[in-house]
Ligand binder design. Structure first.
Ligand SMILES: [Zn+2]
Length: 344
């Protein structure tokens, strides 16, 4: 079993005092080196991205806007999202690296993998950037799997603490991509979308599954939701490929959020996802980096996901559990099961 790792750290995409900065991927790499996992991985340099890969999921207007702003020196695109002189090329490379990850797995050269890319992508909608994201990397990877490899059903599971509104927007009417997102959902938390009632439209109705958590949901709540809701939904869909929007900002110590996962929780969640891939799609699973702003949790979370991908029975958790007891999800789970599996 071989696990792929592609890194595209986008060192030229960074902004003063911004949480989504150029130190994130190097922090992960340092952790991977310290724990001697790199020699077990199949490392590849990122392929360059093609604008055609981006056009499958974004409008020409959005692509031109980012290219123009970047080539003119960059700046703030909105209150949260920035762009530098190099950002257009680097965002294109992030898309290219994700598509390359799909190619490597589909070729059989590797079993599964992780792509450490920046800028993140899951908030980028068809027509708009936002939430630190320029192009939607995972959406482009899903389309690449379908168009270049002929796959019919792709699962995108987003465990970043923020709702993947961009990915939802791109596939909202599309039954060929099942989008599942677990996220913090309160009146004031970015991006404000992702309620349980958002389940898709038209032919895509029923192919969006949002799990809107209250603050403080931790390892037990996530495990319960994965076992009792997500696993049966994935089983019914029968994916041919699983893509993960891997955000490590649901860790209890993340400065941008108030979820309650520990690094041990991230390890279990990653193992569950790898098991699902083994069960339903010959192990084809690719983790794509999204958020995570406390570097120790980000790096430890990525390490634990790689342990799971390599089939290693190890967990790295120097931070321990959260200090507060976790929120109960029983009622939420009941409501979601009613909504998605009525009659069961
Ligand atoms: Zn996030």
């Amino acid at each position: 079993m071989t696990t792929l790792l592609i890194t595209a750290p986008a060192l030229g995409h960074t902004f003063p005092d911004h949480p989504e900065h150029s130190g994130r991927v190097p922090a992960i790499m340092q952790k991977l080196e310290q724990h001697n996992i790199l020699s077990d991985l199949h490392l590849l340099p990122p392929a360059s991205g093609l604008v055609g890969q981006v056009r499958r999921v974004h409008t020409e207007q959005l692509i031109s806007h980012i290219r123009y702003t970047s080539l003119h020196g960059g700046g703030r695109l909105d209150a949260d999202t920035y762009c530098t002189l190099e950002s257009y090329d680097l965002a294109l490379q992030a898309v290219g690296a994700c598509c390359q990850g799909v190619d490597e797995i589909m070729s059989g050269r590797v079993h599964n993998g992780m792509v450490l890319v920046r800028p993140p992508g899951h908030h980028a909608e068809k027509k708009s950037f936002g939430g630190f994201c320029l192009f939607n990397n995972i959406a482009a990877a899903a389309r690449h799997a379908q168009i270049n490899h002929g796959l019919q059903r792709v699962l995108i599971l987003d465990f970043d603490v923020h709702h993947g509104n961009g990915t939802q927007d791109i596939f909202y009417d599309d039954p060929s991509v099942l989008f599942i997102s677990t996220h913090l959902y309160t009146g004031f938390f970015y991006p404000g979308t992702g309620s349980a009632r958002e389940t898709g439209i038209g032919l895509g109705l029923g192919y969006t599954l949002n799990v809107p958590f209250p603050p403080g949901v931790g390892d037990n709540g996530y495990a319960q939701v994965f076992t009792e809701l997500i696993r049966p939904a994935v089983a019914a869909f029968q994916p041919e490929f699983i893509l993960i929007s891997a955000g490590y900002d649901a860790h209890w110590a993340d400065p941008l959020a108030s979820a309650g996962l520990s690094l041990t929780g991230y390890a279990h969640l990653s193992r569950t996802l790898v098991q699902m891939a083994d069960e339903w799609c010959r192990g084809r699973i690719l983790f794509i980096l999204e958020g995570g702003y406390f570097l120790e949790a980000l790096a430890g979370g990525a390490l634990n996901s790689l342990y799971a991908l390599c089939g290693r029975d190890q967990i790295h958790d120097p931070l321990g559990p959260p200090r507060q007891s976790e929120a109960n999800v029983t009622d939420l789970l009941y409501a979601l099961r009613q909504l998605h599996f009525s009659g069961s």
